[in-house]
Design a protein around this ligand. Structure first.
Ligand code: BGC
Length: 726
């Protein structure tokens, strides 16, 4: 039985100052202290979004090297979001929660839900999308799935961690409107709807103050307005001042160093409380937040679930998510799927065919129980009757990154590990390309699998540019001359510039790191055992200069970074400013064809004052559209519902995603796709009134296959004005 609030208060009041201090700072790199006298256990954290991280020594960042910390490797948050299937987010959350508990942890530092602001963002792969609505819709079930297992999620990084360059102190300037329309809504959904029990402060500053102890962001918005009662933990080293943080709504000080007694919330906080610089009530608030979470996850009543890890059934579930994360962007002449019966010789080219990604990326690294590379997946599906040849095509030059030991250094890629001189690299590149070209003529089909890896998509470092590394553009161009029918695949956690060869490419598959089953999912898509249904969660600009943070704003800025693009992030910019991307947000094809019916919408407005009795006015809008699978294959499809204000008195993006539904349709089948909207769905953020406002007037509900592929529009009229608390 969980304890009452009164009992928790009594527990807190029975604690000594010393005991309280032990609970609010790390005593190892991932744990705070127990209060054995009162049966309060220690609280243990673990990274991160793609699974439960391997065990590190208590006081140095050195893996323990045991054999018992292999875990399931989940699709990255970008990959998960590209399924546009909240059901997969829920299942992934369940697996993650079960494994967190199974590994004996209390809080998993996931999910990451910051907005993809620039294609260069090093941690984009850890975050879901450029769109706050999609991020929120996926985060909520993910958190619920985690927390069903008597562990806490930890939504990160609050707030505005949109770059890695100078991430520890960059001072972010963003308008109130962009804050509330773009950067905070997913956090708001995670806290209010997902009931997240944990949240992590970000490293960066916002208007001169560190976000982790920001009075406005933390105390006013998160604690007071959203009513967050859970644990707010620092990012590892994001607290910078004992008094400022001690009196703010952040609860736990974790860091990367092992001077545990020197942490701001260790001896310095104890002293500050003793000297009255930080009131005891403030420390008690922190303790109450921690006890609240411990109580909710049954750490205090002995009735806690045990969890497990590496359950065989998890592999099956993650395979489904991986399959749906794969995005088919181009398929001219219906080259895909390949007919496996006709292929006796398959040539596979490119470093990502033969590379594992799990143990890379920074704190998101996973010591995966297994990871199926695309090459392995292809061989698993094809069996022994087809000859599969692999050629690297180019030399994957190790650029090195802030972590110094990511994917490239694991020796999993089959490429030489030793560092080479530029001339040696050139020679090798020429040799690899010649070999690949020569092999092309022998093969029945050729698949190129390139993109990025965690040397590039990595915490602590943004990319320098959007170009494909290792001369891949040249290699693809040359290979396309030899094999115009080459199937091209990009595995990448962030947008890459493909303009040099895209017009010549007949096919393009695109996806982010999608977990331990990724290679098998890929092979199933290639051979049509699975019909692709993934959708882009971010716009792919033609070139970097086309993207809003670079065209209108600053990226990465200097000591300060100004988000001058304001609310025009991602498709909101491309759409409104009429800039054509390579591929629009929400794009993703199928092997079958879907036809759209007419979207219908109904509006119900209730409440207001009548006969002296007032009720809160409420708006309810429902839209539905019939979709038919008119092709010959079964397949899943996502309908996206965008809302477009007509003649708005306020400057707004052309349209914004406010609903989506994904369903599976057998060939020949028709189903109704629906979305429901409330006043918030039609609103913008009003800076003067400090709330969301829906103005009366006409709106269009656009039912679409992608942001740039609207198929049917329903017009609705809203009679009244609505205000919604932020
Ligand atoms: C990262 C966090 C991570 C923490 C603990 C920090 O460097 O920013 O996302 O959870 O380390 O490893």
């Amino acid at each position: 039985m969980i304890m009452t609030q009164k009992e928790l208060k009594t527990l807190c009041s029975n604690m000594t100052l010393e005991e309280k201090i032990g609970m609010v700072h790390g005593v190892t790199l991932f744990r705070t202290k127990a209060v054995e006298r009162l049966d309060i256990p220690a609280f243990t954290y673990s990274d991160g979004p793609m699974g439960v991280r391997l065990e590190y020594e208590n006081d140095v960042w050195f893996p323990k090297g045991f054999t018992d910390d292999y875990t399931s490797y989940l699709p990255s948050n970008t990959a998960l979001a590209s399924t546009f299937n909240p059901g997969h987010a829920y299942i992934a959350g369940q697996i993650l929660g079960e494994e967190t508990r199974g590994r004996g942890k209390d809080m998993i530092l996931a999910p990451g839900i910051n907005i993809h602001r620039s294609p260069l963002g090093g941690r984009n792969f850890e975050y879901m999308s450029e769109d706050p609505y999609l991020s929120g819709r996926m985060a909520v079930p993910y958190i619920q799935g985690i927390q069903e297992n008597d562990v806490s999620a930890c939504v990160k990084h609050y707030a505005l961690n949109n770059q890695e360059t100078r991430r520890n102190d960059v001072d972010t300037y963003v308008s109130e409107r962009a804050l509330f329309e773009i950067y905070l809504p997913a956090f708001r959904a995670a806290v209010r709807e997902g009931k997240a029990l944990g949240l992590m402060g970000s490293y960066n500053k916002f208007r001169e103050v560190y976000c982790s102890h920001h009075q406005y962001l933390v105390d006013e918005i998160l604690r007071k307005e959203w009513g967050f009662e859970g644990i707010m933990v620092s990012d590892w080293g994001s607290i910078h001042d004992t008094e400022e943080a001690g009196t703010a709504g952040i609860d736990v000080d974790m860091r990367t160093t092992n001077d545990f007694d020197e942490y701001y919330f260790a001896d310095p906080l104890k002293k500050a409380v003793e000297e009255g610089r930080v009131p005891m009530e403030k420390l008690d608030e922190k303790i109450m937040h921690i006890l609240h979470v411990m109580n909710e996850v049954h750490m205090l009543d002995g009735e806690r679930k045990a969890g497990t890890y590496n359950a065989p059934s998890s592999g099956e579930k993650l395979l489904k998510a991986a399959e749906e994360s794969i995005i088919l962007l181009k398929n001219e002449e219906k080259l895909l799927p390949l007919d496996r019966k006709k292929i006796k010789k398959l040539l596979v080219i490119g470093d990502n065919a033969n590379r594992m990604h799990a143990l890379g990326g920074g704190s998101a690294e996973i010591k995966a129980l297994y990871e199926i590379s695309p090459l392995l997946g292809l061989k698993m599906v094809l069996g022994g009757n087809c000859e599969v040849t692999y050629e690297p095509g180019y030399y994957n030059y190790v650029v090195g990154n802030a972590w110094g030991k990511d994917a490239n250094s694991q020796g999993t890629g089959g490429n030489p590990m030793k560092k080479l001189e530029p001339e040696e690299i050139n020679t090798l590149n020429e040799k690899y390309l010649e070999r690949a070209k020569a092999a092309c003529s022998q093969a029945d089909a050729v698949i190129f699998i390139g993109g990025l890896n965690h040397d590039h998509d990595v915490e602590g470092k943004d990319k320098d540019n959007m170009r494909l590394p290792n001369g891949q553009d040249h290699v693809i161009r040359e290979l396309l001359k030899a094999r115009p029918d080459m199937i091209i695949t990009m595995i990448t956690g962030s947008p890459v510039d493909m303009h040099e060869w895209l017009p010549e490419a007949k096919t393009l598959l695109y996806y982010s790191y999608n977990g331990m089953q990724g290679g098998l999912a890929f092979a199933k898509v290639i051979f049509g055992e699975v019909n692709p249904s993934g959708k882009l969660t971010m716009t792919l600009p033609l070139t970097l200069e086309d993207s809003p943070a670079h065209r209108l704003g600053e990226f990465p800025g200097g000591d300060m970074v100004h988000y001058n693009e304001d609310i025009y992030v991602g498709y909101r910019y491309f759409d409104t400013y009429g800039v054509k991307p390579s591929f629009a947000f929400g794009h993703g094809l199928s092997y079958t064809e879907f036809s759209f019916g007419e979207v219908m919408a109904s509006v119900t407005e209730e409440g207001g004052c009548r006969d002296g009795i007032c009720t809160i006015p409420s708006l309810f809008v429902k839209a539905s559209v019939p979709i038919s699978n008119v092709g010959s294959r079964d397949g899943a499809v996502t309908v996206q519902f965008y809302i477009k204000p007509v003649d708005s008195a306020v400057k707004r993006p052309i349209k914004e995603l406010r609903g989506f539904e994904k369903q599976f349709l057998k060939a020949g089948e028709t189903k109704e796709f629906c979305a429901e909207f409330d006043a918030y769905s039609f609103s913008y953020y009003d800076e003067d009134r400090k709330c969301y406002v829906t103005l009366p007037g006409d709106y269009e509900i656009c039912a679409a296959f992608a942001c740039d592929d609207v198929r049917s529009i329903a017009k609705v009229t809203i009679q009244r004005e609505y205000t919604i608390a932020r």
